[in-house]
Design a protein around this ligand. Structure first.
Ligand code: MN
Length: 199
């Protein structure tokens, strides 16, 4: 059985960028629902659950890499996507930037950190429908901005997600209604760059 992983902060810790009400729905209802559905699917799927009594983050990643397209992949990937999403935040800070080494790696790909932020926001704004926009590390070590749809995770292409913005409407509709661009502008304030540098 998978269980909902604890949030690394209180429900109101990310306000006003992301309100307690948004977290109440996004974490306690949406994330929980993916985990419940995944457990129900695994209970009737011995191919993927046999011999596994203790599910960990690593075994969840393996499941996402090997599950066939369909409900099992969708719910496993959404369980993973949300677990990774919550880990990357901390209380809001103005002038929030990565530490030196990661900032230099980003600047190597995009002229400046601000140019990277603009490219990331544009990519997320143009990510049609439900999905995620990420900064990923490729197998050759370069950094890329990647859009995925629905439950997609770049791990299935051998890329390691570093920074992720969830642009499903459930991620921002309570606080920002249809203003995805405002959500994206504020998103930068709550990024826990020290954590991201460890990925
Ligand atoms: Mn979500």
């Amino acid at each position: 059985m998978f269980t909902l992983p604890p949030l690394p902060y209180e429900l109101n810790a990310l306000a006003p960028v992301c309100s307690a009400e948004t977290l109440e729905y996004h974490y306690h209802k949406h994330h929980q629902a993916y985990i419940d559905k995944l457990n129900a699917l695994l209970a009737s799927d011995t191919t993927h659950s046999e011999g596994t009594s203790q599910w960990t983050l690593e075994s969840l990643k393996e499941l996402v890499k090997t599950a066939p397209a369909g409900a099992l992949f969708n719910n496993a990937a959404q369980a993973l996507n949300h677990q990774l999403f919550w880990q990357q935040f901390q209380a809001p800070k103005e002038q929030n930037k990565p530490e030196w080494a990661l900032e230099q790696a980003i600047i190597q790909q995009r002229e400046s950190f601000e140019a990277f932020q603009a490219a990331f926001e544009t990519s997320a704004l143009n990510n049609f429908g439900s999905g995620r926009t990420r900064l990923v590390k490729t197998p050759s070590g370069t950094l890329e901005i990647v859009n995925t749809s629905n439950a997609g995770n770049p791990l299935t292409d051998g890329k390691i997600p570093l920074l992720t913005v969830d642009v499903w409407e459930h991620a921002y509709y309570i606080d920002y209604r249809n203003r995805r661009a405002d959500y994206l502008k504020n998103f930068w304030k709550i990024i826990h760059w020290e954590y991201i540098a460890t990925l």
